[in-house]
Each structure stands twice: as C-alpha cells, then as structure tokens.
Design a protein around this ligand. Structure first.
Ligand SMILES: NC(=O)c1ccc[n+]([C@@H]2O[C@H](COP(=O)([O-])OP(=O)(O)OC[C@H]3O[C@@H](n4cnc5c(N)ncnc54)[C@H](OP(=O)(O)O)[C@@H]3O)[C@@H](O)[C@H]2O)c1
Length: 295
C-alpha cells in the first residue's frame, strides 16, 4: 500500500486531497495544528476527516521540533500548507517558504520518493506579490533538493469567488479595469483529483483551472443572478489603481500586494487548462446564494 503525508489538511484543498488519496486506496497520514478541526466539515462543504484518514499527527510547520518523524514510512508528501492571509508576526516567507522547507527536510531525511506541492498559476508574472514569491522560493528549493516532485499551479478556487456574491448582495461590485480578461476557478474536489493523479513518478508542473471559463464581467453577472439581483458593476479606470499602488508600495506591503493583485488580474489573463466537472454556477447557488438569502 502506498503511503502519503498530507500537510495543510484542515484547509480547503488539503481536506479534499486527503480524502481523494484515501478513496484511491492509499494509507493517509495528515499533519494538522488542531486535530479538532477535522471533526467537522469545512465552511464550503469540504469533508470532515476524522474516521476517514488513517493517522493524524500534530505539528506546526514553522517549528521543526514539532515535525520529527512525520514522514517516517511515507512514500509521498503532498503539501497545500500555507498562510491564507498575512498577519503581524507570521509572513508568507515564514509559512509558505520556510514551513514547507521544514517539511521537505523531514521528507529528505526519511528518503520520501515524491513531494507534491501546490503553488500559483502564472507565478512567474506576479513575483512582486509576497505570497507568490514565497511559493516560488519553495518551488526552487524543491527543484534543488533532488527529490521527485510535482508542482500544481491552480488559478483560483470556488470559495474565493463568493466574495463577489457578498459584494453583489451589498448592492454593487466595484472592480478595476474593464472586466474583459478571463478566469476559470476550480472546485476543491476536482483539484484534489488532479493532485492525486500527479503522484505518479516523474517531475511534473501542471497549470490547473476549472471547466467553465468566464470573463470577470460574466462571473460578476453570475454572482448577481444566482442571488436574484440585477447586475450592477462599477469599473474603476486602471490608471487610478496603478497610481494608488505606486504611492502605497513603500508605505504598506500588505495593501500594496492587494492593489498589485487587482492590477495583475487586469493585465494577466487567468484562464488555465481546464479540468474537472463541477460548475461555478452550482457552487454559487449552493454556498453563496443560500447563505446570503438566509441572512
Ligand atoms: N485561494 C486560491 O484561489 C488559490 C489559488 C492558487 C493557489 N492557491 C494556493 O493553494 C494552496 C492551498 O490553498 P487552500 O485554499 O487549501 O488554503 P487554506 O484553506 O488556507 O489551507 C491552508 C492550510 O495550511 C495550514 N497551515 C497554515 N499554517 C500552518 C503551519 N504553521 N503549520 C501547519 N499547517 C499550517 C492551515 O492549517 P490551520 O487550519 O491550522 O490554519 C490549513 O490547513 C495554498 O498554498 C494557496 O496559496 C490558492
């Protein structure tokens, strides 16, 4: 039986991926900071994992002392471990780069055969963002380590799109640029399936998107219609956002990152190769629409 360690298991992709490995007959060990989280489903329908996975180990990726032997007897490590948003005291570099390096060192120590890592689509074009830079620094460490690796580069996940429904529910979506570039977000379960497929031997780097490609304008319209509202989208000229970014950049790295992202999605098309079978519209109706109408 093949044995995998899944890091980032309490998160959106980690939950689906741990379950997907299990469904394909693997022995699944998971690394979490708080095992209690695995008793309950995630906020967007991600599965509870207690009673599904074989072994739960507790550790903090940024504290190497807590990671001893997490990869003992393991063939493959999968990591979607990372910082969701930067907070004072913990940076993307600390968690996404150095935290994953700590896990990689354990993997090398125990002669793990393969390391699968989730980075970010078109990272090379967005290296100015701290989160992207930290992911890619780890990718480089992985390449340099000599271990067999797969790197997945998804463009966006379904839950992130529900922020547009929240804006729609509040009356209007305000967006820089003209909304004409495209994106195809992916559901966690579809992403997990691609992740497990890459466990086969051989270096792989795969760009991943979902089955439906939208312009941002079409996506925003869907966000409105799935909550029964007429679309109201306000576009801010990009030059204004760029001007604010230039002023903010030396003053506040976090806000500068957010502005840079807003500019990047208007200059870098985000349509990735299409995988999966779950649709954004169904997800909007199930999680966005339902929650908003229940309020
Ligand atoms: N969101 C997107 O649209 C998008 C697009 C492309 C790529 N990505 C990347 O895809 C990956 C997976 O995303 P996701 O949405 O599944 O992320 P997520 O839901 O935020 O999950 C992150 C996981 O990392 C764990 N973690 C954080 N710090 C840790 C630490 N110090 N030690 C151990 N575990 C720690 C979290 O555990 P706790 O529950 O304990 O915090 C959580 O299980 C991330 O690297 C993300 O940057 C995301």
């Amino acid at each position: 039986m093949q044995r995998v360690l899944v890091a980032g298991t309490s998160g959106y992709i980690g939950r689906y991926t741990a379950r997907a490995f299990k469904k394909r007959g693997w022995f699944v060990r998971v690394l979490v900071r708080d095992p209690e989280k695995l008793r309950h489903p995630g906020p967007f329908g991600e599965p509870a994992l207690e009673g599904i996975v074989d072994e739960i180990v507790t550790g903090d990726a940024t504290k190497p002392d807590t990671l001893h032997d997490i990869t003992d007897g393991i063939d493959t490590v999968f990591s979607s471990m990372g910082l969701r948003s930067s907070k004072p005291g913990r940076t993307y570099r600390d968690v996404d780069y150095l935290g994953n390096v700590n896990i990689l060192q354990e993997a090398l120590h125990h002669d793990v055969q393969k390391f699968i890592y989730v980075s970010i689509f078109k990272a090379d074009e967005m290296m100015e963002m701290q989160i992207v830079k930290a992911h890619e620094e780890f990718v480089q460490a992985l390449r340099d380590s000599g271990i067999d690796y797969s790197i997945l580069r998804p463009n966006a996940y379904f839950p992130d799109m529900t922020q547009f429904q929240k804006m729609a529910a509040s009356g209007a979506i305000v967006w820089p640029g003209d909304g004409n570039l495209t994106i195809n977000p992916i559901h966690g379960e579809d992403m997990a399936s691609v992740c497990v497929d890459t466990a086969a031997r051989g270096h792989q780097e795969i760009n991943v998107g979902g089955p439906d490609v939208f312009s941002y304008k079409e996506l925003f319209t869907l966000a409105f219609t799935t909550i029964g509202k007429d679309p109201r989208i306000i576009f801010i000229p990009l030059w204004i956002v760029k001007g604010i970014h230039t002023i903010i950049k030396p003053l506040n790295a976090r806000i500068a990152d957010m502005l840079y992202f807003a500019i990047a999605v208007n200059e870098i098309d985000n349509a990735a190769p299409r995988y999966g079978e779950r649709h954004m519209k169904d997800f909007f109706e199930e999680f966005g629409g339902k929650r908003i109408s229940e309020k």
